[in-house]
Design a protein around this ligand. Structure first.
Ligand code: GTP
Length: 184
């Protein structure tokens, strides 16, 4: 699921990954689902991608899906400091609603823009991601820079986390029932 402020490039990121093209026109998203297949760690994965609205009018729909997803890309735009500041709030809300076995990655999009219009520097973004315990990638939907890498990294992290959380040792009770043993 991709989340972030309006106009940061969520739809363009998805189109670049799935259709290998840049769709520069801005049409505000309400909610949209795309599907693709990809090989990760030697396994074919069917990936469903939820494109959510940056505009607040459609947030209730967006928020109702948080608990259903394996991975979340929190996207901001490198030339929009407000979209970056909004990430911390969004991260807090999402962390409360998401499942224990889902994963967040942070994306600074529009990496192609020249330095003089960039308002969030790499080190600040990386430091923020570290504090939030998330991976950070800079991408450009326009040029395709690190788009594959961002999606593949998130899918890998989702697979690893799911295995780690669900691979809990089990033991048989006296009555023969299988129970899970949580490690402290
Ligand atoms: P909402 O649907 O309102 O949430 O917006 P969104 O986050 O889906 O943004 P969208 O993908 O529609 O992109 C908004 C605008 O940003 C587009 O019209 C593009 O022109 C521009 N854009 C998106 N990605 C890039 C990028 O990598 N580089 C540059 N320079 N512009 C981009």
């Amino acid at each position: 699921m991709l989340m972030g402020a309006a106009g940061v490039g969520k739809t363009c990121i998805i189109k670049r990954w799935i259709e290998r093209r840049y769709f520069g026109e801005y049409i505000p998203t309400k909610f949209q689902k795309e599907t693709t297949e990809v090989a990760v760690k030697g396994k074919n994965c069917k990936v469903e991608i939820l494109d959510t609205a940056g505009l607040s009018a459609y947030w209730s729909l967006r928020d109702s899906f948080v608990r259903t997803v394996d991975g979340i890309m929190l996207v901001f735009s490198l030339n929009d400091v407000e979209s970056f500041e909004y990430l911390t709030t969004l991260h807090e809300q999402v962390s409360r609603g998401m499942r224990e076995d889902s994963t967040i990655i942070i994306i600074g999009n529009k990496e192609d823009l020249p330095e003089d219009v960039r308002s969030v520097n790499y080190h600040l973004a990386q430091e923020t991601a570290n504090k939030l315990g998330a991976e950070y990638r800079e991408t450009s939907a326009m040029t395709g820079f690190q788009i594959d890498d961002a999606f593949l990294k998130l899918i890998e992290l989702c697979m690893d986390k799911r295995i780690a959380v669900n691979d809990v040792p089990t033991k048989k009770t006296k009555k023969g029932k299988i129970t899970q043993c949580r490690q402290q």
